[in-house]
Design a protein around this ligand. Structure first.
Ligand code: PNW
Length: 468
């Protein structure tokens, strides 16, 4: 940006929450300590060939042992909120039965440390670490898993509800269902379209039952869910490309938004999935549970999907997104526009955040919205003990300008959580992708706040962005 288009100073509404996010399996480590038992991610990461370089979350950022230092770093940044997840097998080993006091104690200490520093805890109940015995009993394609999730929710609400105001049930059910059971690129690594669709339904059913459990245990809790959303754009205006976009939008976005916020599956989605499933797993009353009233909606935003119609003779396997995570629409092509990408190869598209927030507000709900994740992986280099991540800083800056524009357009956006507080275990990519504002040296466990962290601290201090 040159002198001809200076960027103005932008101030956010008073009380806007400034946060950063992590997830249990990605940062905690201590996989076998304190009574914790394996989740599907322990099994998956210990299975050769599943995660890059054979990396596991056994140690991760060792956050389990470093929570005080890590909260001190959050306080240095001036965070007003911190989004973390509770590891189900840490607080309820095996996924059924009584609570594990030692596991709960870890989260009590974390939350108390946050509260001492004036940082609002945002608790996610499920960020992908299903207890392995529940997977052995069928996993999310099995209906009973939803009931087990509700029991676990009651256990956590009873134990931590006195300290936590903001709760979200699931993180990104699309990833759990379609990467876990469709493409198999995430745990548990199963690959069947019908299972993925069933998993998506039972995740949302579990969400609805968990909302009811939270209401019963903690009437004063602010309760929501986090979905990952993408604007889906046709590569051209041709009707076939527009139909491809409609199909991917149905699977990626409306599969979740419609049941959660309108109490119904979209008819066109059900028609697209005709060959995959007859939706016989949906019982009377499920959609009423799934659409239980919420207090807020969390949105994770990273990128846009640009798609085109299938081309005769072109193998879907050649496309850069795994076809098997789009059941019934496997042959839709994902197109690169040639715009700058992050180290995940995800296109950088800040206007897509405005589009996404406006869509949810205009088409679905007046509820307060929160960006519960937004961020980027880039290759970082440590030089003289510093990490100058200008590309990540620019990504945050562009997306915060987009967030501000959405507020200007009338979206009730109440907070923003950067993904991530620190580098961590990036799922199937292991430690090979870095999303953090704080650099983690996995040899020494040293933390180095990157330039983006220092910049974010200044954004928080001014409650907005400086003129440029
Ligand atoms: C989200 N995709 O994951 C998760 O909530 C985080 O735990 C994760 O570290 C972060 O985004 C960065 O990846 C996603 O393939 C994983 O579309 C994969 C996809 C989207 C989100």
């Amino acid at each position: 940006v040159g002198v001809l288009d200076p960027r103005p100073e932008l101030t956010f509404p008073p009380g806007f929450l400034w946060g950063a996010a992590t997830a249990a399996y990605q940062v905690e480590g201590a996989a076998t300590e304190g009574g914790r038992t394996p989740s599907i991610w322990d099994t998956f990461s210990h299975t050769p060939g599943r995660v890059r370089e054979g990396h596991t979350g056994d140690v991760a950022c060792d956050h389990y042992h470093r929570l005080r230092d890590d909260v001190a770093l959050m306080a240095d940044l001036g965070l007003t909120s911190y989004r973390f997840s509770v590891s189900w097998p840490r607080v309820q080993p095996g996924g059924t039965g009584p609570a594990n006091p030692e596991g709960l104690d870890f989260y009590r200490r974390l939350i108390d440390e946050l509260l001492t520093h004036g940082i609002e805890p945002w608790l996610t109940l499920y960020h992908w670490d299903l207890p392995q015995p529940l997977e052995d009993a069928g996993g999310w394609p099995a209906r009973d898993t939803a009931a087990r999730f509700a029991d676990y929710t009651t256990l956590v609400a009873d134990a931590l509800g006195d300290r936590v105001r903001y709760w979200t049930t699931l993180n990104e059910p699309w990833c759990s269902a379609f990467l876990g059971y469709g493409s198999g690129t995430h745990a548990p690594g199963r690959s069947d379209g019908a299972d993925a669709v069933r998993a998506g339904h039972h995740l949302m059913l579990g969400h609805g039952l968990a909302v009811q459990a939270l209401r019963a245990a903690r009437p004063e809790a602010e309760v929501g869910v986090t979905v990952n959303l993408y604007p889906v754009t046709p590569a051209t205006d041709a009707p076939a490309d527009r139909d491809a976009a409609r199909r991917i939008d149905a699977l990626a976005n409306r599969f979740f938004l419609d049941p959660l916020l309108r109490g119904a599956y979209p008819p066109d989605l059900m028609a697209d999935l005709r060959e995959v499933t007859d939706f016989g797993h949906v019982r009377d009353g499920d959609l009423a549970v799934i659409s239980s009233p919420l207090d807020l909606v969390g949105i994770n935003y990273y990128s846009r999907h640009v798609v085109a119609a299938p081309v005769e003779g072109v193998e879907p396997e050649a496309y850069w997104r795994s076809p098997s995570c789009w059941p019934g629409s496997e042959d839709v092509r994902f197109v690169s526009r040639g715009v700058p990408v992050t180290d995940m190869n995800w296109e950088i598209d800040a206007p897509g955040l405005v589009e996404t927030l406006r869509r949810v507000h205009d088409e679905y709900t007046d509820l307060p919205l929160y960006v519960t994740e937004n961020g980027s992986a880039f290759v970082d280099e440590v030089a003289d003990g510093r990490v100058d991540d200008a590309d990540r800083l620019a990504y945050f800056d562009a997306h915060l300008r987009a967030a501000h524009a959405a507020i200007g357009a009338g979206v009730p956006l109440r907070g923003y959580f950067a993904w991530s507080l620190m580098d961590n275990f990036e799922w199937a990519w292991g430690y090979t992708k870095r999303f953090g504002m704080i650099y983690v040296d996995y040899e020494s466990q040293a933390r180095i706040p990157k330039s983006s962290a220092r910049w974010y601290a200044e954004v928080i201090r001014r409650n907005g962005l400086a003129a440029q």
